[in-house]
Design a protein around this ligand. Structure first.
Ligand SMILES: [Zn+2]
Ligand SMILES: [Zn+2]
Length: 446
């Protein structure tokens, strides 16, 4: 029909029609291209990004070169990584000795064979062989790719009070922060958190502190953590075997600590929620076995549109992430009355979800833990079973919990039927911890 009718048009009209059609097509193509650019820049749909923000290298007490460690994480499918050495950032000139022990010799041989003599900088000094450690700025171009892999500048600010190590990880830091002191555990904790918050305010760069391994040398109690201000994260899982994640007869597990902290902050103290994070705290990269602080044990999955520190931090602060030691989730939804999730299942595995929380009107009494002589110990007090109680337990890959209305918060923990390979703690199963849904009307306002 079209072909036939075009035959009857005059030559002038036909040429005008042709020109008009070319112009309009060009406009259409441009509009489409422009539209697509806008779409990819602003409206990329959110996805989960896998990362670990607590890692050590030769810059402090880890046993490998940073490039080798980063490559391990890239190959293991991580999207972002923070190298967080003790009281140092990966800047400036630093040399490490090669030949003090067998591990160092092995590490050097592997490093040299991977990166070659042009990249690896060696010198002799007083009969010792030294290697210059590359700075973050030097090695990040080897690994970083927009939307594929990101390195986050970090430091583990490692302070102490008397014999208690008080460690705070600072992620996306711009400048080094020396460990801050204070007159009590609580004061040291707060002073170090405040130092990170002060740098954030001053520089305008998003950065976050998180409290590390509270059970390391039993340094921190739930009562210490529940009082902190301006802090949104603490480790409920740490892959270093000395961090005693599960506690002992006198000390609560880090997960139980989380419930005590959440209940008292939200239900009594009028303070904001604290999210739970999982990290490797890896130090050891050559021998993989139980008892070694190896990489690959605990991480977070952050839901963001783009792989940038700004987007990741914003999502983390909003609680749009989960902690994991192996269980992958496709989706997590939290609405006013409902928390639901969908596991990304692996063949042959089964999954159990526990919905855990505290209801209003809980028994808030507590008593101190006593030592052999009947004296109070420095340990989290003993609280009632009302705190962090299992509200429901559901099997399957799609689970949800509808709030009855008296819950202060509800969080979810998914446990897989598969035991963790190379666990930090014998007997661990693969898990995922979903951040709590807080029922605002049941919380205390400051
Ligand atoms: Zn530490
Ligand atoms: Zn550490």
């Amino acid at each position: 029909m079209h072909k036939t009718s075009a035959i009857f048009l005059s030559p002038g009209a036909r040429s005008w029609l042709l020109r008009w059609s070319l112009v309009s097509r060009a406009v259409l193509v441009l509009a489409l291209l422009f539209g697509l650019t806008i779409t990819t820049a602003d409206a990329q749909s959110p996805r989960w990004w896998k990362g670990n923000l607590h890692t050590h290298s030769f810059w402090s007490d880890g046993d490998d070169y940073p490039e080798m460690i980063v490559e391990w994480y890239v190959n293991a499918g991580y999207d972002f990584l923070g190298l967080s050495d003790h009281n140092i950032m990966l800047t400036g000139e630093k040399w490490t000795e090669v030949t003090t022990n067998r591990t160092r010799v092995t590490a050097f041989e592997k490093y040299l064979s991977r990166h070659g003599p042009t990249w690896v900088e060696v010198k002799e000094q007083n009969g010792k062989k030294l290697v210059r450690l590359k700075t973050l700025e030097e090695f990040r171009p080897l690994f970083e790719k927009p939307g594929k892999f990101l390195l986050v500048p970090c430091e583990e600010i490692s302070a102490q009070f008397e014999k208690s190590p008080i460690h705070i990880n600072a992620s996306n830091l711009r400048e080094f922060i020396p460990p801050q002191g204070g007159n009590s555990v609580g004061e040291v904790l707060q002073n170090n958190i405040d130092a990170v918050l002060e740098q954030r305010r001053r520089t305008g760069q998003p950065m976050v502190p998180h409290i590390n391994h509270p059970n390391f040398i039993w340094a921190l109690t739930a009562e210490d953590i529940m009082l902190v201000r301006g802090e949104k994260f603490f480790e409920i899982y740490n892959g270093h075997p000395v961090t005693k994640d599960h506690g002992d007869e006198n000390h609560v597990s880090m997960e139980r600590m989380w419930d005590i902290v959440l209940t008292r902050r939200l239900g009594e103290l009028g303070l904001e929620v604290i999210w739970g994070t999982a990290v490797d705290d890896s130090h050891s990269y050559h021998t993989f076995k139980v008892g070694q602080p190896n990489p690959g044990r605990g991480w977070i999955m952050v839901r963001a549109r783009q792989l940038t520190p700004e987007r990741l931090i914003a999502a983390m602060e909003a609680g749009d992430f989960y902690a994991s030691t192996g269980v992958r989730l496709k989706d997590v939804q939290k609405t006013g009355r409902r928390i639901s999730l969908e596991v990304d299942p692996e063949p042959g595995l089964t999954y159990t979800t526990q919905f855990i929380g505290t209801r209003k009107g809980y028994d808030s009494t507590s008593r101190p833990v006593l030592d052999k002589d009947g004296k109070p110990m420095r340990a989290t007090r003993r609280y009632s079973k009302d705190i962090g109680t299992v509200l429901a337990e559901v099997k399957g890959t799609r689970t949800s919990y509808t709030l009855k209305g008296d819950e202060i918060y509800v969080r979810a923990k998914v446990t897989s039927s598969r035991p963790k390979v190379n666990p930090a703690f014998e007997g661990d199963q693969e898990c995922a911890w979903v951040q709590p849904l807080v029922l605002e009307r049941n919380t205390v306002k400051p």
